[in-house]
Ligand binder design. Structure first.
Ligand SMILES: Nc1ncnc2c1ncn2[C@@H]1O[C@H](COP(=O)(O)OP(=O)(O)OP(=O)(O)O)[C@@H](O)[C@H]1O
Ligand SMILES: [Mg+2]
Length: 213
């Protein structure tokens, strides 16, 4: 079965940008939890001052159970503690330098209170701490998201991880040292779409080996 991957991080760290890149290469099912919640009214209340929704967690989890059981999901959300641990085989936490994060949030026209809240969360590494508390540390992958190049690098690291996972390599949850330091040019356009619709494991493994380079 294909893995489920969570992309998390403080608002503005670049989850949607990374997901957009991954969508170019992976035929996974992509779920943006905030959009799912808004589109389906899965919230208890709306805070107009902060422009935030108080998510109805039980109903949202009910909605997620079906797709998660099938595997092959890439889920994007700015928090991670309330998902069951069993949902994910990889938890990616994006990190951004605070000056850059300020500029990104200000460019969105966020209120001072909302900018400050998010800046503080990033400075205190709140999402990273939440990930380490909620999941096995071996499946948590912290990635820098300061520059556009890093969007490509991070996409490549995640695709490499999927390939190792599908091959059943024992060290798949961790980045090996040479992959960490790997500065080879990213030949992303050579990657064919990875089709997760087929549920024959051997076939998937083969597809993975042949299509993801
Ligand atoms: N690695 C990066 N380098 C430079 N700019 C980036 C990077 N990642 C994202 N950005 C820019 O920062 C802004 C916020 O990015 P994005 O919308 O992807 O963040 P997000 O984590 O999805 O936020 P939210 O939690 O609010 O949905 C966008 O303008 C995007 O172009
Ligand atoms: Mg987003």
């Amino acid at each position: 079965m294909l893995p489920n991957i969570l992309i998390t991080g403080t608002p503005g760290t670049g989850k949607s940008s990374l997901v957009a890149r991954l969508k170019e290469f992976l035929n996974f099912n992509f779920i943006n939890v905030s959009e799912l919640v808004k589109e389906n009214g899965l919230y208890e209340s709306y805070d107009a001052d902060m422009d935030t929704y108080d998510i109805d967690i039980d109903r949202t989890l009910d909605e997620l159970e079906g797709p998660m059981a099938k595997g092959g999901n890439i889920v994007e959300h700015h928090a991670c503690a309330w998902f069951p641990e069993r949902f994910f085989q990889l938890v990616v936490v994006l990190r951004t330098n605070n000056t850059l994060l300020y500029d990104r949030l200000a460019a969105r026209g966020y209120s001072d209170a909302k900018i400050e809240g998010n800046m503080e969360a990033e400075l205190l590494e709140s999402v990273l701490a939440e990930a380490y508390e909620s999941y096995n540390e071996n499946i948590v992958m912290e990635l820098p998201s300061d520059t556009e190049d890093q969007v490509d690098e991070n996409a490549r690291k995640i695709i490499d991880w999927i390939r190792r996972y599908m091959r059943g390599e024992e060290d798949y949850p961790k980045l090996s040292e040479d992959q960490d330091d790997d500065d080879e040019d990213y030949e992303g356009d050579d990657l064919a779409h990875y089709n997760g619709d087929d549920d024959d494991d051997a076939q998937l493994s083969l597809q993975c080996d042949s299509y993801i380079q």
